[in-house]
Design a binder for this molecule. Structure first.
Ligand SMILES: [Zn+2]
Length: 260
């Protein structure tokens, strides 16, 4: 039986029967895999608390070549991110990253670039205390992840006519695949009004490694524009709203707005 030995992060884990856990891992070498951790709920289980979300681990699992469920043999912690669970805002953002990967990533589809991106984003989120910058990090993570799947928005010119994006006004059209100039914006009934500054910020965020995104100067208005544009882009490509995202918008955006 093939052996799967790889670095991985725990995306989620759930109870399975009385004693076992079903764990969804995003692995460096084999993409997303699901494994049963036998006896994980027993008090003296060898897995202890290692199967909690946000843990970076080294895991060994066994299973047939195309089996949907593998059997988890061992799981050792490499890195934990306690700061991600320290407050509700940060936790919701870290969850949104995990859920995004869970939805985007097909089982057994290798995406080591996406794996490294998720780990780097969690590290950056754990370090970043500013709510606005965390929000920007999350949006840029989503854009970068979409890029690993072959979806990259056009941001340096108009996605409609290839013309220049003027600082006097621009927009974003998920249908056309990115930024649009003033003229294309006017003739596109579903395009969002997004400033040239916000488009530039998105473009810079995509160019920089995720750990440096926190250095970008971002205002509240710009981050809100980016949030709307990225949400439209995701909807156009994955066509369903993420559960955590829904919770996040309902529960946290009004709280954040009240603060500002
Ligand atoms: Zn145009």
């Amino acid at each position: 039986m093939p052996l799967y030995q790889t670095s991985a992060v725990v995306l989620r884990s759930m109870r399975l029967g009385d004693a076992d856990k079903l764990v969804t891992f995003f692995t460096q070498r084999h993409g997303k895999i699901k494994a049963v951790a036998k006896g994980a709920l027993k008090p003296k289980s060898r897995f202890g608390g290692r199967l909690e979300p946000f843990n970076l681990v080294n895991m060994i699992a066994f299973g047939k070549e195309k089996a949907e469920l593998l059997s988890l043999n061992s799981c050792d912690i490499v890195e934990m991110f306690p700061a991600l669970s320290a407050d509700l805002d940060t936790m919701a953002r870290a969850w949104t990253c995990a859920e995004f990967v869970d939805h985007m990533q097909r089982d057994r589809d290798e995406n080591s670039k996406g794996f490294r991106l998720l780990v780097s984003t969690w590290r950056a989120l754990a370090r970043e205390k500013d709510t606005l910058r965390q929000g920007l990090l999350l949006r840029i993570f989503e854009l970068k992840y979409l890029e690993t799947a072959g979806f990259k928005p056009v941001l340096d010119k108009c996605a409609g006519c290839s013309g220049k994006i003027s600082s006097h006004g621009a927009g974003f059209s998920a249908r056309r695949g990115g930024a649009v100039c003033r003229n294309c914006y006017k003739t596109d009934p579903v395009a969002l009004s997004v400033s040239a500054g916000a488009l530039m910020l998105m473009n810079k965020g995509l160019e920089l490694p995720i750990e440096k995104v926190g250095r970008l100067a971002a205002g509240k208005g710009g981050v809100e524009e980016i949030e709307k544009a990225v949400a439209e882009f995701i909807r156009a490509h994955i066509r369903r709203e993420l559960r955590t995202e829904k919770f996040f918008r309902i529960a946290l955006i009004p709280a954040a707005a009240a603060k500002g």
